[in-house]
Design a protein around this ligand. Structure first.
Ligand code: FMN
Length: 165
């Protein structure tokens, strides 16, 4: 079974998870950023990863995901919100919808530090200003993805290894 890992990552968080997942997948396997990825047709299992942008997959990932048809797939993502939040569940559901027509075997999502440039542009007051709750969430995000996230991501994909022979 030919395996392909494709990730979209602006600041490296999703790439870190992609590398961890790639490590435990069996040969033959290839890994690419979405910008360099080959078409999915030549592969049997595709693990695709996105960073969450406005509650769904980022644009580059979306474009690639829509080209995957009739495959066994795994989906992974990173986001600023907590991984057990409704926002994370909805973001994952939106990601899955882009993979309609494929068989999703594994999924994983975790927090990833938010681009400091974006944080610097956030309003200092008004309805979108920082609250203590948001500051706490962003502070937690700064610590991710960490080694435990990588291990959990590997475990999520390790479970499906029997299906990848
Ligand atoms: C423009 C932009 C939009 C974002 N939108 C969301 C969002 O809707 N929800 C969320 O939880 N995180 C959001 N984030 C945070 C990123 O999803 C998160 O930091 C992610 O780990 C970045 O991954 P990367 O390092 O692979 O690019 C956003 C970040 C940016 C820069």
């Amino acid at each position: 079974m030919k395996i392909l890992v494709v990730y979209s990552s602006k600041t490296g968080n999703t790439k870190k998870i992609a590398d961890a997942i790639f490590e435990i997948l069996p040969e033959p396997k290839e890994i690419y950023s979405v910008q360099d990825a080959p078409p999915p047709e030549g592969y049997d299992f595709i693990a695709v990863g996105f960073w969450v942008n406005k509650g769904t997959a980022d644009n580059a990932a979306q474009k690639y995901m829509k080209t995957i048809k009739g495959k066994k797939v795994g989906l992974f993502a990173t986001l600023g919100a907590y991984p057990n939040s409704m926002h994370a569940k909805e973001s994952m559901a939106n990601g899955k919808e882009l993979l309609t027509g494929n068989e999703i075997l594994a999924e994983f999502i975790c927090q990833g530090k938010v681009d400091p440039d974006l944080l610097a542009r956030m309003p200092k007051d008004g309805p979108h200003a920082m609250t203590p709750v948001r500051i706490q969430r962003l502070d937690e995000a700064k610590k991710h993805p960490n080694e435990t996230d990588c291990l959990y991501a590997q475990n999520a994909f390790r479970e499906i290894l029997p299906e990848l022979v």
